[in-house]
Design a binder for this molecule. Structure first.
Ligand SMILES: [Zn+2]
Length: 129
């Protein structure tokens, strides 16, 4: 389910086809915030391959099964801050809201990203604050 003209799941206000869609089709994200948004959208849309491809090999889990219960129902993303340390390092602070087993949850994370061979990759993040 990837309606090209529908609003992008990342909440940018743009259409999916003009926002996270190109990243999901293989276009390199121009900066860490766009990569982070496209990864959130990939969780919403269940694009496990994309999450793997944009996760640093040193920190990504061996497997990822988005359909394994309990399955999160993603409700929205709010990007609080995008800080660029240098050409190869950036952090993005965000709040993602979701429901798990009917309970409302909130993930507040500051994620670290590195740029490797022209592509931004998610490394890891600090949860809270
Ligand atoms: Zn988007």
């Amino acid at each position: 389910m990837k309606p090209q003209n529908a609003a992008c799941p990342c909440g940018s206000g743009a259409a999916y086809a003009a926002c996270c869609g190109p990243c999901h089709r293989g276009v390199a994200a121009p900066d860490a915030e766009r990569l982070m948004r496209s990864r959130y959208s990939a969780y919403v849309l269940g694009l496990e391959d994309y999450l793997f491809a944009t996760w640093h090999p040193d920190t990504r889990p061996p497997t990822l099964d988005l359909n394994a219960p309990p399955r999160a129902r993603w409700l929205g993303l709010e990007v609080k801050r995008h800080a660029v340390q240098d050409a190869g390092h950036a952090t993005v602070e965000f709040i993602a809201r979701y429901k798990l087993n009917g309970r409302a949850c909130r993930l507040h994370e500051t994620s670290r990203f590195v740029r490797h061979q022209g592509r931004w990759l998610y490394v890891d993040g600090d949860v809270g604050q």
